[in-house]
Design a protein around this ligand. Structure first.
Ligand code: VG1
Ligand code: CO
Length: 539
């Protein structure tokens, strides 16, 4: 039986950088997720011919939301849903499944690196047949639906068992519970030399992977331990938990602290990596060494020939504007295309689909390639392990060699969190107005060479997007300012700071960037406007 339920709009269902992200309590309000799902379906023509993947990172409310998706999709006469077994699929594996099975899209329940649980965050990433998240014009159409919705349709079927692989029906809709690992693992096998990786992980090389109680635990167990032979126990925090065991599943120096402590201890393994809650982010550590994501992306690009899938050449690379310029120097050397896009993986999709690029990266611990249309944490780890297996060098040596060849972009991101939205908006608009006056101005040892909003003109669909403000200095240093689009608590100002150096290669980023950090505060007036004397988080 299908019911039509009368509802009224929620006015806060605008998607951000990566889907809809809300406090769990907000997402659990009556009709909230129902409204949003119906609004998505309202924008998709001919649902009776469409198939979607459904799954999530296992956070609190994951499986309740999946039951709602099944019933609302069935009431809207969707042809077929592929549901990840037990409701668990990583964001990269989801993209892989959509592409391999030529599905029309997917609904991935995740708030990514945000904490989970009743008091944490919940979210939904809506992907289309590209395998990646919907484009801005599509999220705009969905937003418009959310603002005028009056009813949604839902089947009154009882809940379904998501634990057994198999096929059943809800109303006319076919529901298939699928294994969420096989397609993804096969894709990894086709990219990397698994024999070489097996030899490395069964040697005396010491490897750990911290899944942070997120969805990549089972993927890590299967790939690193069962297939590649790493000793049992190499995967830490391997069981997906509704609240990530109280962890903040964000793989960085602050939230993956226990892993970082291990890697800086006397007993440090040779290599460690961590993923975020939904498995699209990665952090790479060597013994007593941290690889910044911008450097990691540049290093992977420089070593593309090592990987079987890329040995015949790569098209080009793209990075978000906020990411350091390190990869640009590699692209120039390799004479391959280089693109700069706004923050958010969706902006890479057209470049990948039009064969302009093969790799993409973001400073926020995201790297990936054209095998899917999301960033991919495990892919990055397998790539790093392949470089180590081929060169026999330590992580630190690989990074050092890279800096010796190209110079080093010291890089830090300063986040000012929990700012009142009006204040954050004012900070950005006042700063934008002041940008023209900044040119040629001197701040300590730094002189501004130009300052402008970052505007991206997509070469494929000709859309234009403004995202953030950039200040360039005469020595090549840069400061980028933008507001986060994934937070759920007021506004977060992100300030990205970078300085290029060719002589001092082994300094502390904090030291090298200390003066520029001060300059970034002076330029933005962030301290006076927010009352904060320093950033809340430095990564
Ligand atoms: C952040 C990162 C961005 C990333 C996005 C989604 O967005 O800065 O690079 O693409 O999260 O990542 P924002 O708008 O808060 O800066 V995930 O792993 O949260 O899907
Ligand atoms: Co993520």
């Amino acid at each position: 039986m299908i019911e039509t339920v009368t509802t009224t709009p929620y006015t806060d269902q605008k998607m951000g950088t990566a889907g809809l992200r809300k406090k769990t309590a907000i997402a659990m309000q009556p009709h909230y997720i129902e409204n949003f799902l119906q609004s998505i379906f309202n924008t998709i023509p001919s649902l009776e011919t469409k198939s979607f993947l459904v799954g999530g990172d296992g956070r609190y409310f994951n499986n309740i939301a999946i039951q709602k998706i099944i019933k609302i999709a069935a009431a809207n006469k969707v042809k077929k849903l592929y549901i990840a077994q037990n409701g668990l699929v990583s964001t990269p594996a989801g993209s892989c499944i959509i592409l391999k099975n030529k599905l029309d899209g997917g609904l991935i329940l995740t708030a990514s690196h945000n904490p989970g649980g009743k008091n944490g965050d919940f979210g939904l990433k809506y992907s289309t047949s590209t395998g990646g998240q919907c484009q801005p014009h599509e999220s705009q159409a969905i937003l418009e639906q959310t603002l005028k919705i009056t009813e949604y349709k839902i089947s009154n079927a009882t809940d379904f068992d998501l634990s057994q692989i198999g096929i059943f029906h809800c109303e006319e809709t076919e529901i298939e519970i699928i294994d969420p690992y096989t397609d993804y693992i096969e894709t990894m096998r086709n990219i990397f030399d698994f024999n070489k990786l097996h030899a490395l992980l069964t040697s005396n090389f010491r490897f750990v992977f911290d899944a942070m109680n997120g969805v990549t635990g089972p993927y890590g167990k299967k790939i690193f331990e069962e297939i590649l032979g790493a000793p049992e126990g190499s995967v830490l925090n391997a069981t997906p938990k509704e609240d990530f065991g109280g962890l903040h599943p964000d793989p960085n120096l602050i939230y993956a602290k226990s892993l970082v402590d291990l890697m800086y201890s006397d007993n440090a393994p040779d290599f460690a990596a961590a993923n975020d809650g939904d498995g699209d982010r990665n952090m790479i550590l060597g013994s007593h060494f941290f690889v910044s994501p911008s450097d990691s992306f540049a290093i992977l690009t420089d070593n593309y020939k090592i990987i079987p899938a890329y040995k015949d050449g790569i098209y080009g690379v793209a990075k978000s504007a906020a990411t350091s310029m390190a990869v640009k120097r590699v692209a120039d050397k390799l004479k391959i295309g280089f693109y700069e896009v706004p923050t958010g993986w969706k902006y890479f999709i057209n470049l990948m689909d039009s064969k302009r690029i093969t790799f993409c990266g973001e400073e926020s611990f995201g790297t990936g390639a054209t095998h899917i249309r999301e960033k991919d944490g495990i892919w990055a780890i397998l790539f790093w392990l392949s470089i180590i297996a081929t060169t026999n060098k330590s992580v630190k040596q690989i990074a050092l060699d890279h800096w010796q060849k190209y110079g080093r972009s010291y890089y830090l991101r300063n986040d000012y969190e929990g700012i009142a939205q009006e204040i954050a908006d004012k900070l950005m608009s006042d700063l934008e107005n002041r940008l023209p006056e900044l040119t040629n101005k001197r701040f300590g040892n730094f002189t501004v060479s130009s300052a402008h909003p970052f505007i991206y003109n997509d070469p494929v669909d000709n859309s234009s997007t403004k995202n953030g403000l950039i200040v360039h200095f005469t020595d090549g240093s840069r400061i980028v300012y933008r507001l986060s689009g994934t937070g759920t608590n007021g506004a977060t100002l992100r300030v990205y700071i970078e300085r290029y150096v060719t002589d001092k290669l082994l300094e502390e980023s904090n030291e090298i960037l200390q003066e520029l950090s001060k300059v970034s505060q002076e330029i933005s007036h962030v301290c006076t406007l927010t009352g904060k004397q320093q950033p809340d988080i430095i990564t």
